[in-house]
Design a protein around this ligand. Structure first.
Ligand code: HEM
Length: 424
């Protein structure tokens, strides 16, 4: 059992750190938790200048306001006319074509966002998700079979062997991508999201090359679906019509990047951090595993709250607005820190405790805090997490993390690169 007070360094004061400094994101976790707590308790909002990245071709922008309280993140997320995404969803300003190229609908506002979301949602209906569930079971079982066969000593890297392949295989299956191309897609997504981490070859050139590779791949896939339709998600999307309009192959290319990256790099971190949490809190593991059906709904959402795999998204204010006593001017950027909303002690009882029976209200902000961009894949991700832990519970009941996670250096993805585990 972990003492919750050891998870937050209470000595950190609100003006003693800079969220823009990349070093902040490799500081010890208790320090970072302490920093966000100090911001939640401080008066008003803090403004941060943007960092000058030596290797970036883009100059730093004008800075951003930090929304750290649950209430403020909620407010910005649910008022999309006041806080738009169409000027970019990452802190750094990218040329608009590039923001859309990478972000697709996450960097758009209505009516364009609505049109695109209406088309692609056809692949995420409850019927589609039920259809995929069968496949999720099969993949989870096959991964465990392979683990038992290849690691007779009962030890391996959990991320590489379980947490990363599952979502990747599911998204590839849904999109109709052959298994032989999975590894290539995996490398592209790692490079795109690991842009700040040297382990993943984190240069801007590598990022662009990976994005272009994925984009061309998707365009070819989309065109093939038009010629030879099947029943996979790519075909559904390429043939779907809203008001007589279909996706162009460019739109499909960008959406494909968003979907593959969003589907992979988030769920795998939830699963990895889920295993770590269940190892650190064996009482919670027993509660969940002893009544799996009864507790799955809350346990899965607690894992997503605990891990908060996506740390932030950005919006831009369209009018002057006062948040928590601070005036945010039209045109200012605001950053929604989901990690902080998910630890806000004014809405969560004992936020630094991992509690698989935590009530589902208030809504945890791991999938976003509501509004038009709320995670399209939330139900799919929930199923993947539930099915994987069900498989673990039944087939590897002693599975546990045996060391510290090796974290990704990023202010965007709360990623785990490696997590040693054992099951004997
Ligand atoms: C635990 C896993 C996941 C987490 C934590 C997560 C988190 C998020 C967050 C925070 C957002 C932004 C919400 C907002 O701005 O209001 C988002 C959007 C999105 N997510 Fe997820 N996600 C996960 C899994 C998935 C999966 C499995 C898929 C698809 C296969 C997916 C597809 C998307 C898409 C397409 C969007 C953009 C929606 C829009 O702009 O309308 N996500 N996700």
């Amino acid at each position: 059992m972990v003492d919750p007070t050891s998870l937050v360094d209470d000595s950190v004061t609100a003006d003693s750190f800079n969220l823009s400094n990349p070093e902040f994101w490799i500081a010890p976790r208790d320090y970072r938790e302490g920093a966000f707590r100090s911001l939640r308790n401080a008066e008003g909002l803090r403004f941060y200048d943007e960092w000058l990245f030596e290797d970036s071709p883009f100059p730093p922008g004008a800075g951003y306001w930090s929304l750290v309280r649950h209430e403020d993140v909620w407010f910005a997320s649910r008022n999309p006319q006041l806080f738009i995404s169409g000027k970019g969803s990452s802190i750094q300003d990218l040329p608009m074509e590039m923001a859309e190229f990478f972000g697709s609908m996450i960097a758009m506002d209505d009516p364009r966002h609505f049109r695109l979301r209406s088309i692609v949602s056809k692949g995420f209906t409850p019927k589609e998700i039920n259809r995929v569930e069968e496949y999720v079971h099969l993949k989870a079982a096959t991964l465990v079979d392979s683990l038992l066969e290849r690691f007779p000593d009962g030890e391996c890297d959990f991320v590489n062997e379980i947490a990363a392949p599952l979502p990747l295989q599911i998204i590839c299956e849904m999109m109709g991508i052959p298994a032989s191309d999975e590894q290539q897609l995996f490398q592209w997504t790692n490079t795109i999201l690991g842009a700040g981490d040297p382990d993943f070859g984190g240069t801007i050139e590598a990022l662009m090359a990976a994005a272009m590779g994925m984009y061309s791949y998707a365009q070819a896939l989309g065109e093939e679906c038009l010629k030879n339709p099947t029943d996979d998600l790519s075909s559904i999307m390429m043939h779907a019509e809203v008001d007589g309009e279909r996706l162009t192959s460019q739109e499909f290319g960008s959406f494909f990047i968003l979907l593959v990256v969003a589907g992979n790099e988030t769920t795998r971190n939830a699963i990895s951090q889920g295993l770590r949490a269940l190892t650190q809190y064996p009482d919670q593991r027993d509660i969940w595993f002893n009544d799996f059906e009864g507790n799955t709904k809350t346990a899965v959402d607690e894992i997503v709250r605990w891990a908060t795999p996506v740390i932030h998204f950005r919006r831009t204010a369209t009018e002057d607005v006062v948040i928590n006593g601070t005036k945010v001017a039209a045109g200012d950027k605001v950053v929604l820190w989901y990690n902080s909303a998910n630890r806000d002690e004014t809405v969560w009882t004992n936020p630094y405790e991992f509690d698989v029976r935590r009530p589902l209200q208030p809504q945890q902000a791991g999938f976003g805090a509501g509004g038009p961009h709320f995670c399209l894949g939330a139900n799919l991700a929930r199923r993947e997490i539930a099915v994987m832990f069900d498989e673990i519970r039944r087939r590897l009941p002693n599975l546990r993390a045996t060391g510290e996670p090796d974290y990704l250096q990023s202010n965007f993805i709360n990623g785990v690169k490696r997590l040693p585990c054992a099951w004997k």
